[in-house]
Design a protein. Structure first.
Length: 336
């Protein structure tokens, strides 16, 4: 039986996958969230009795997928639109083909979900809130607490973002090839902004530091979704390396401690190792002799950042002008 902390971690890890599968079938974000919630409720009822399945994530995905299919069939019987499922989706939904063909070159629907959350028609604050909710698995209350905002404000922002996507007829698919680099760049910027929000002067507040943890988790998920993109690995490396200095970057009075004056014994060595592994994987993805960053993208600084300013806050942001052909079929994630 899962303890509450383990259950919470599982929800965060699998939430985006479960929502993405339901979204492909239903085409509606609210309904997809409903199916994901129903799958979690079913788990709370059955796992204490039947035991935790060997693959909890696959169990949740299967339950959400089947319930989404049932809802679509019910809608069709009530005179709704035809069931818009091709054989590829149907075979996956019924468990007949785990490794189905994917015309986009990606078997993981989470990439489509991430790109959808960062649709160009949405304001940046809406992109951040929607990404944390649908991809990160945070509740509205958790997002509101992290950003020190009212829960009703965050809920309205997410609802307006969903309506905006519906009005724009945003489809659950990857955009044209020519738009992919810029759209991925927007995704990386959103994840970076989430991290930077928690890494500011008030990062001693645990609610703010939790944003950094969520951003690192999102970056790690992106390395699984798009493992051939050097900039994705570069972002993950940046966030892990910056996170390693949490306990050393601020003095007891809250003043920032310059990097060369920090007590390196207080650095988190596990985060350093994770950052180094991401850097190595990024260089492998970029190819021999090709460094990550400036040679393939033009890095930009956050608005208002003075030139050459020493700051404990990261100063380089992911670029939205990447030119690499990152949309080729993914390879197995490197272990570093």
């Amino acid at each position: 039986m899962l303890d509450p902390l383990a259950a919470a971690r599982l929800v965060r890890q699998e939430w985006s996958r479960v929502v993405a599968v339901a979204m492909r079938i239903l085409g509606d974000l609210d309904e997809a969230e409903d199916m994901a919630q129903e799958a979690l409720l079913e788990a709370t009822r059955r796992w204490p009795v039947d035991g935790v399945p060997a693959n909890p994530g696959a169990w949740l995905t299967t339950v959400a997928r089947n319930r989404a299919l049932n809802r679509r069939r019910d809608q069709r019987r009530r005179g709704g639109p035809p069931l818009p499922l091709d054989e590829r989706v149907l075979s996956t939904a019924t468990g007949e083909a785990a490794d189905h063909a994917d015309p986009d070159g990606f078997g993981d629907d989470r990439l489509r979900l991430v790109v959808l959350c960062c649709h160009p028609s949405l304001q940046r604050d809406a992109q951040v809130a929607l990404t944390l909710r649908l991809v990160g698995g945070l509740t509205v209350r958790e997002i509101a607490n992290a950003f020190v905002q009212r829960e009703s404000t965050v809920a309205q922002r997410i609802s307006r973002a969903k309506r905006r996507l519906q009005d724009q007829r945003a489809r659950f698919e990857l955009p044209p090839v020519a738009e992919l680099p810029a759209r991925l760049g927007a995704v990386l910027e959103v994840v970076y902004l989430v991290f930077n929000e928690g890494y500011g002067p008030h990062s001693s507040d645990q609610r703010r530091r939790s944003l950094c943890r969520e951003a690192s988790m999102l970056a790690d998920q992106l390395t699984e979704i798009a493992p051939t993109v050097p900039e994705v690995w570069g972002l993950a490396a940046l966030l892990h390396l910056q996170s390693s200095r949490f306990d050393a970057r601020l003095a007891p009075d809250g003043a920032p401690v310059p990097l060369d004056e920090q007590d390196r014994r207080r650095w988190d060595r596990q985060q350093v190792r994770l950052g180094e592994r991401c850097l190595a994987a990024g260089h492998n993805a970029a190819g021999p002799g090709r460094p990550i960053g400036p040679t393939s993208c033009r890095p930009r600084s956050p608005p208002g950042t003075p030139a050459r300013r020493r700051s404990p806050t990261p100063t380089g942001t992911p670029s939205s002008s990447c030119t690499r052909r990152w949309w080729r079929s993914p390879t197995t994630r490197s272990s570093g």
